[in-house]
Design a protein around this ligand. Structure first.
Ligand SMILES: [Zn+2]
Length: 41
């Protein structure tokens, strides 16, 4: 079960910040589509 979840996240496309275009390394669900820097604004 856990391995399936890992594979799922591995197959996700790279997320980039919609505001500055920075690649998002975090795969946290709490982040929408912006990097931590832009979220703090
Ligand atoms: Zn950003």
């Amino acid at each position: 079960m856990l391995e399936n979840v890992v594979e799922f996240f591995k197959n996700l496309p790279e997320k980039t910040c919609v505001q500055c275009g920075k690649k998002l390394e975090e795969q946290s669900e709490c982040y929408s589509h912006s990097c931590e820097h832009c979220n703090n604004h």
